[in-house]
Design a protein around this ligand. Structure first.
Ligand SMILES: C[S@@+](CC[C@H](N)C(=O)[O-])C[C@H]1O[C@@H](n2cnc3c(N)ncnc32)[C@H](O)[C@@H]1O
Length: 343
């Protein structure tokens, strides 16, 4: 390589390292060094500056390897058991984070939700105990949650590393907060690894930008599975224009959602995209206008898990889709909309 190129590369690397010294966050403490009743933060926590220095000495690969706890690291330190809440993402195993992967590789026990696919479970150690703890439609959710708590407690107290593996992100409609409150109350060490939540993944895999300078300046994540009833939601606020709604657990409530949004002023011509099995090979997207929502979903027999996107941005699925088939109910590029006519 000519000498002047080498000089340019060195200058570029120095500039990058200097920038990173300012912006790089300190690494989260590993589970055996967390601030908790059991594990006060140890003096081994490194500063952002030290991380950047390490980056320039070892390069990013080396830095990554140092930041991510290694398999067996805690066992070597003789640490007590603990629980890591891991967000598995929406289904595509490629959306699991590196930190989530490392936690899975270290886990002795994996307590996983029904929506977590086999591709992600396969990433756990072959000898790890895998227990399905998912909630079922019509099942006793209270009893299931109590069982999850009991299993986390039993295995962590026995000194095992437990991964509580949840679909999407543990803190977005995932009862992750309740599980942490329980662990904290019982003095069990824990940490949380975020995951890609369904709204982000479904939108991305359907070609729907959730915000767009021309169409939507805000985004609301809403659940249609309310503790009491849909009426507890602020429908006037939800019906406002220039915002995108991402509705979780909405398949059984589409008639009510459609009616309330229109009653509270949302234009019946507002586009929607309903993403079923987002990011998985069997993904389907049903699209149309708010006035057609419930009818279209029925015509295409949409089933959970599905995420509803309401807002002007949803119309972009028709042109920006890239994963799987074109949206049902939208004309595929250059073709007549046969399905919309049939619906
Ligand atoms: C109990 S909530 C869990 C949400 C999860 N914690 C998250 O962050 O995505 C389950 C709901 O998430 C949505 N969901 C999860 N995975 C999905 C997927 N692959 N495709 C479409 N919707 C999904 C559906 O609305 C489903 O009913």
């Amino acid at each position: 390589m000519p000498i002047r190129h080498v000089g340019r590369r060195r200058r570029h690397f120095r500039r990058t390292a200097a920038r990173d010294r300012v912006t790089l966050p300190p690494p989260p403490a590993p589970i055996h060094a967390m601030a908790s009743p059991l594990h006060p933060v140890s003096g081994r926590a490194r500063s952002a500056g030290a991380c950047a220095a390490a980056a320039s000495r070892r390069g990013w690969r080396g830095l990554l390897a140092r930041l991510l706890p290694r398999r067996g690291a805690a066992e070597a330190g003789g640490a007590a058991g603990g629980v890591t809440l891991v967000g598995a993402g929406p289904g595509d195993p490629g959306l699991l984070t590196l930190r989530g992967l490392r936690a899975l590789e270290r886990a002795d026990v994996v307590l996983y939700d029904r929506l977590v696919g086999p591709g992600i479970l396969a990433l756990a150690r072959a000898d790890a105990l895998r227990v399905e703890v998912g909630k079922r439609v019509g099942g006793d959710h209270h009893a299931t949650q109590a069982r999850i708590h009991a299993l986390m407690l039993e295995h962590a107290r026995a000194g095992r590393r437990v991964v509580r593996l949840k679909g999407g992100d543990p803190f977005v409609f995932g009862r992750g907060g309740e599980e942490l409150e329980f662990l904290r109350a019982h003095g069990i060490a824990y940490e949380v690894v975020p995951g890609v939540t369904a709204a982000l993944a479904c939108a991305a895999y359907a070609g729907v930008p959730l915000t767009h300078r021309e169409h939507a300046q805000s985004l609301r994540l809403v659940t249609a599975h309310c503790k009491d009833s849909l009426d507890t939601l602020d429908w006037r606020a939800l019906a406002q224009e220039r915002q995108t709604l991402a509705v979780y657990m909405g398949v059984a409530a589409l008639d009510g959602l459609q009616r309330r949004l229109i009653e509270h002023g949302r234009d019946p011509a507002t586009p929607f995209a309903l993403v079923e099995n987002g990011s998985r090979p069997q993904q389907r997207v049903v699209a149309g206008t708010l006035a057609q929502l419930a009818e279209r979903a029925r015509a295409h027999a949409v089933r959970a898990p599905a995420l509803l996107i309401v807002g002007e941005v949803a119309a972009l699925a028709g042109t920006l889709h890239w994963f799987g088939a074109a949206p049902l109910g939208e004309p595929a590029r250059g073709e007549p909309d046969r399905l919309a006519k049939a619906a």
